[in-house]
Design a protein around this ligand. Structure first.
Ligand code: 5GP
Length: 180
């Protein structure tokens, strides 16, 4: 595998913080005095969800699901696997799925189909990042942090083969074969 020789910053920590606060305000205003169930998609959404939830001055609960579509590769294998399911039923709940990034849309489409079968009262999506790809232009996403170009990004929860999740910013990993 190529070595990572640099991480080019795409979205700074301060810009992320400001946008997360804004999203939290919009989402809290939508749910107001109801108690949504946030479902975080492990592992990537952990950092975003923790920051987002703490900026929302409303009652809420959260749970996590783990899915895998990539393994250690940087291209989708096309297969979504549930590695960890929810701990309790969501029937009748207002659900907010919290994603780190929507790339091909495969993961979120699969998750939405699965969760809708469990009869929540309502189900919405917030994603920190969405890549500008033709496959996802028709996919309805309720709240989007940032639209980004179609490059492989790391940081703020996102990894490359288990590295870089704890970077406070989002950046593009430059690999050795790209000549730096
Ligand atoms: P999708 O199913 O939309 O193609 O991809 C969704 C999942 O793939 C994300 O939740 C994330 O785990 C992973 N993924 C997609 N694009 C990227 C990327 O640019 N960087 C990283 N680190 N993970 C990505």
């Amino acid at each position: 595998m190529d070595d990572v020789v640099a991480i080019d910053e795409l979205i700074s920590a301060a810009t992320i913080e400001a946008r997360v606060r804004e999203l939290a305000g919009d989402i809290a205003a939508h749910y107001a005095d109801r108690c949504p169930l946030l479902i975080g998609v492990l592992n990537g959404a952990v950092v975003f969800m923790a920051d987002l939830a703490r900026q929302m001055p409303i009652e809420l609960d959260f749970q996590f699901m783990a899915v895998s579509s990539y393994g250690a590769a940087t291209e989708s294998s096309g297969v979504v696997q549930i590695l960890k399911d929810l701990d309790s039923p969501i029937e009748g709940r207002e659900v907010l799925v919290v994603e780190d990034i929507i790339d091909s849309g495969l993961t979120i489409r699969y998750l939405m189909r699965l969760l809708e079968q469990r009869r929540p009262a309502d189900i919405r999506i917030v994603t920190l990042l969405r890549k500008d790809r033709p496959e996802v232009r028709d996919l309805h996403v309720d709240w989007i942090g940032f639209e980004i170009p179609d490059a492989f990004v790391v940081g703020y929860g996102l990894d490359l083969a288990g590295r870089f999740r704890n970077l406070p910013f989002v950046g593009v990993a430059v690999l050795s074969h790209e000549g730096r």
